[in-house]
Design a protein around this ligand. Structure first.
Ligand SMILES: [Zn+2]
Ligand SMILES: [Zn+2]
Length: 64
């Protein structure tokens, strides 16, 4: 039986740099915050995570 993918929460598997937007494939068992952007040397976020969404929200609010 195929696993049921309800969509939504479990999509993607990337870590993303909150600073430059660089993405890297998330490594299983390695927390995103233990990964660093090779360009900025800042900790990465899980793409689509709560923190990432907060960041996106913050960005759109400051866009003007
Ligand atoms: Zn970066
Ligand atoms: Zn990750």
């Amino acid at each position: 039986m195929l696993s049921r993918d309800a969509g939504g929460l479990r999509r993607g598997g990337n870590c993303i740099c909150p600073k430059c937007g660089y993405t890297a494939s998330h490594r299983r068992g390695v927390p995103c915050r233990d990964e660093r952007c090779p360009k900025c040397d800042v900790v990465m976020l899980r793409e689509g995570s709560y923190h990432y969404q907060q960041l996106e929200k913050h960005r759109s609010e400051n866009k003007d």
